[in-house]
Ligand binder design. Structure first.
Ligand SMILES: [Zn+2]
Length: 296
């Protein structure tokens, strides 16, 4: 009687989970991410293995669309994404939707615990015109924002990066990503990039292959280069003394794109590098250590 009862409970459990589990298992064999533990500000790579080959695979993460692409084998899919520096830690959800060739739509959801990051607070002093811009400067800043908005909305069909990203200069970090800054005792901001010690004229190399979507002088950023590595996953290089690439051009990983400097809002020569994914700013230092598959 006792064992019979146990068997009945087991059957009930199996019966209760069978239908949704079977639907998911039919499409998704394995869903994983790298790094295994994701913190605020981290870039990440989602890897999805499917049993049958879907005609498309879409993802939702952090309120943004993750574009999945299959590399080589059609049942292995990758999506490069991240968590914004200003995101709230806690339970975040990766939602997947696979459309099969016969039109059936399979879905799966994974709960991911996004851990907090601890950032330091520093006080910086910059020239007054950067803190309280005059009317003419404000106009310039507004038009810069429109130029950046256009660059950030650049569309690519396929990823252009291949393999891991690399630091653009071989130098030490002068200011970490995520640092909370106060200028002249007011106007707090978050450091949404990583600063490297770099004396003026240091060659700056592309972190990975991609398309140059911006290469011009901006008020705050100074001489700035933005590279789209595909699907709006971008790297930004600021305060350059010289730009050596043109908008619309293609660059290879490690290709020289300019020379470092102190143009724009800079207290001295350094290289500011940022990683931008659909409006989210991610930690460059964590991107350099993220192991990514070779796509060529
Ligand atoms: Zn910086």
């Amino acid at each position: 009687m006792h064992s019979c009862y146990k068997l009945m409970v087991m059957l009930l459990i199996v019966g209760a989970v069978r239908s949704p589990a079977a639907t998911e298992a039919a499409a998704f064999e394995n869903i994983s991410w790298n790094p295994r533990s994701i913190n605020v500000g981290a870039p990440c790579l989602f890897k999805v293995e499917t049993a049958a080959v879907p005609s498309s695979l879409k993802g939702k993460w952090e309120g943004r669309d993750v574009v999945f692409f299959s590399a080589g084998q059609r049942h292995l899919w990758y999506g490069l994404a991240g968590v914004d520096v200003g995101a709230i830690p806690g339970k975040h959800y990766l939602e997947l939707e696979a459309t099969m060739p016969d039109g059936r739509v399979m879905s799966a959801v994974r709960e991911i615990d996004v851990r907090p990051s601890i950032y330091k607070v520093v006080t910086l002093t910059v020239p007054g015109r950067f803190v309280q811009p005059d009317a003419e400067t404000l106009k310039r800043i507004e038009s810069d924002q429109e130029i950046k908005r256009k660059a950030f909305s650049h569309q690519t069909a396929a990823p252009e990066w291949s393999g891991s990203f690399h630091a653009p200069v071989n130098s030490s970090v002068s200011e970490a990503f995520g640092t909370r800054r106060t200028f002249n005792g007011k106007l707090a901001s978050i450091h949404r990039g990583l600063d490297y010690h770099a004396k003026s004229g240091t060659p700056v190399l592309a972190a990975n292959a991609g398309t140059v979507v911006l290469a011009r002088e901006l008020f705050y950023e100074g001489n700035c280069v933005i590279i789209d590595h595909g699907q709006q996953f971008m790297t930004l290089y600021m305060h350059l003394s010289q730009i050596q690439v043109a908008e619309g051009g293609k660059v290879k990983e490690g290709e020289q794109i300019g020379l470092s400097g102190a143009t724009g809002r800079a207290t001295g020569p350094h290289l500011h590098v940022a990683v931008h994914w659909q409006g989210a700013y991610l930690d460059p230092a964590q991107l350099w250590t993220l192991s990514l598959p070779d796509l060529r």
